[in-house]
Design a protein around this ligand. Sequence first.
Ligand code: XMP
Length: 179
Amino acid sequence: MPTVGRILVDEVQIKRRVDELAAELGSAFQSRQPMTVLAVLTGSFIFVADLCRRLQIPHRIGVVRASSYRGATVDPSDLHTDLSLAPDVRGRHVLLVDDILDTGATLARLVREIAALQPASITTAVLLRKIGRQTVPIEPDYVGFDIPDLFVVGYGLDYNDDYRHLPYIAALEQETAAT
Ligand code: XMP
């Protein structure tokens, strides 16, 4: 079982950055009403909960689902999205919030599918962006932190649904065999 390793982003850094993002988004969406925040489950749930409570403008909150990872492995062909839980976003300004941008496949697919629901606009925000991993050309409008290419857990991100509760972002470490 992998263990939690080095902390990459601590609690104080997360809080400060979420404050900044909420202020920036508040200004940007002042003229973009009505607003709907769509959280990509499951990984973004803590980020969205913190962000929304600091957003000083009225907004609806809804969820969509995306899954591609099984543990620490990735198979891009195994990407599943589900918009069936999303509220009606037609004519609304959508802020799509995900936990992490890795290859970009998830965000790109969701933007395409949400666009088909005819929102007034779509803005994207991710808490984390892995450096050097993007293979799908999509630039999030807002990024919390750029991080190295490591599998990370905490603050909503998981390994087999473990570690989501950690208040910081840490690298997952494979246990090395005892010698
Ligand atoms: P793509 O490649 O589509 O991946 O940009 C985005 C989704 O993959 C998951 N992901 C991770 N989850 N630690 C995690 O807990 C990671 O290091 C990691 N990298 C990617 C995540 O669900 C994200 O929405």
